[in-house]
Design a protein around this ligand. Structure first.
Ligand SMILES: Cc1ncc(COP(=O)(O)O)c(C=O)c1O
Length: 416
């Protein structure tokens, strides 16, 4: 979608700095925020309260797979908001049934449980896996090093990053981690008490590292042989981001449980646990629930996102259409700045630029150029653009990236 020239002329009476100051006085400081206040989003662009346009290559952290305010999603939300907002899950409602039917039709799954976020569906999967294992006295869950599964107690206990688990006292027992992409490492961590293994097909927060397909295949054989559940956390990789609806569909490995969230709700809070008929029996009536999970508004938005992805030809395959152009341009960029960009990795529109360090400084330079990217670690710049990116937007990004890397000089510790 084209950037709106000149941006918006409204709400200029209160300067952005004043909004930042007001926000900084009343909001908790648990996240570090940029000093930016956005008011409007369209396609790949965000507009500040002062009308300045930013190219959004982060998409609300892997939410806006079709960009901001896709017309189909906006209209679906408007219509649903006028019809029905909430019923509780004590009753059926149409948007939830339609969305579940869509997911079941397009995946291995027979059954869907809806929640409001990624971390909540991880919690649901932890419960399902432990209830599944309980029949044979198994409660242990294996995660992978570098993984991220969420911030609630169960999800952070599973997360393979020490910093996420620190500072809150004892963590529930029954969790361990094996190295990513290391089958022998996984084997050495499996015990007779292991009930499930949780895997991100591409490590997201852990630095955009794709899983080796051979590793995943071996995990599938191992888990099937030992009756261990294979859970794919596709909260970041799903909904067309890596090329298919879910990454597993390109990897020839079918999990037992799949977790989706982020882009699924098109900007509204929505998570989904997908599984088979047989495994769904491990969450019988009363064993789990959510007041808001899968409410009519979020499900109507989710259905609109999926329908738009299919109607516009990004799915079932073809989601990577623009990503091949972007990947080529990024490879050229890397050739121009070999001291800065050591490699480009990821899948589809989930991409990491691997740097020798200083990723936070590089991110800050991108911000000065009015481009939003993220430092997944000190070595990785992560970009998560929408699948409907235009050639002009790719050119804009590359032109700004050139400015960023040309202005930086040599990386610290390299030749100086
Ligand atoms: C792979 C993965 N799992 C789980 C989560 C947690 O999702 P949420 O922030 O919606 O709770 C995230 C969030 O970044 C994620 O990337």
């Amino acid at each position: 979608m084209r950037r709106e020239e000149g941006g918006e002329q409204q709400t200029r009476s209160v300067p952005m700095e004043e909004w930042v100051l007001r926000g900084s006085r009343v909001l908790m400081g648990n996240v570090s925020r940029e000093e930016l206040v956005f008011r409007k989003g369209r396609g790949s662009w965000l507009y500040t309260v002062e009308g300045n346009a930013y190219l959004d290559f982060l998409g609300g952290v892997a939410i806006h797979v079709l960009g901001h305010c896709h017309p189909k999603v906006t209209v679906a939300v408007q219509k649903q908001a006028q019809r029905l907002l909430h019923t509780s899950n004590l009753y059926y409602h149409q948007p939830q049934i339609l969305l579940a039917e869509f997911l079941v039709r397009e995946t291995f799954a027979d059954r869907v449980f809806f929640a409001n976020s990624g971390t909540e569906v991880v919690e649901a999967a932890i419960k399902l896996a432990r209830r599944f294992g309980a029949a044979t006295g198994r409660y242990d869950l294996l995660g992978l090093e570098g993984s991220f599964h969420g911030r609630t107690l169960g999800a952070l206990s599973l997360t393979g990053q020490k910093k996420i688990r620190e500072g809150i006292g004892p963590i529930p027992s029954g969790f361990s981690w094996a190295p990513y992409n290391d089958f022998e490492g996984v084997l050495s961590k499996i015990t007779e008490r292991t009930a499930a293994i949780f895997v991100e097909p591409v490590l997201g927060e852990g630095g955009v590292i794709p899983a080796d397909p051979v590793f995943l295949k071996k995990l599938r054989t191992l888990t099937r042989d030992r009756q261990i559940l294979l859970v794919f956390d596709e909260i970041q990789t799903g909904i067309g981001r890596t090329g298919s609806l879910f990454a597993y569909q390109d990897l020839d490995v079918v999990p037992d449980v799949l977790l989706s969230a982020k882009a699924l709700g098109g900007g509204l809070p929505l998570g989904a646990l997908l599984t088979t008929e047989e495994l769904s029996a491990f969450l019988p009536p009363g064993s789990h629930g959510s007041t808001f999970g899968g409410n009519p508004l979020s499900c109507a938005a989710g259905l609109a996102v999926l329908e738009a992805l299919y109607e516009e030809g990004y799915l079932p395959s073809g989601g990577a259409r623009m990503s091949s152009v972007l990947w080529e341009e990024l490879a050229n960029l890397a050739r121009r700045y070999p001291e800065w960009i050591l490699s480009v990795r990821g899948r589809g529109m989930m991409i990491g630029l691997v740097l020798p360090g200083q990723a936070p400084e590089v991110k800050a330079r991108f911000l000065e150029e009015k481009v939003l990217v993220n430092a997944a670690s000190s070595e990785v710049i992560r970009i998560l653009p929408p699948v409907n990116l235009s050639i002009e937007e790719i050119e804009f990004f590359i032109e700004r990236a050139d400015r960023v890397f040309a202005s930086l000089g040599r990386p610290k510790g390299v030749g100086n």
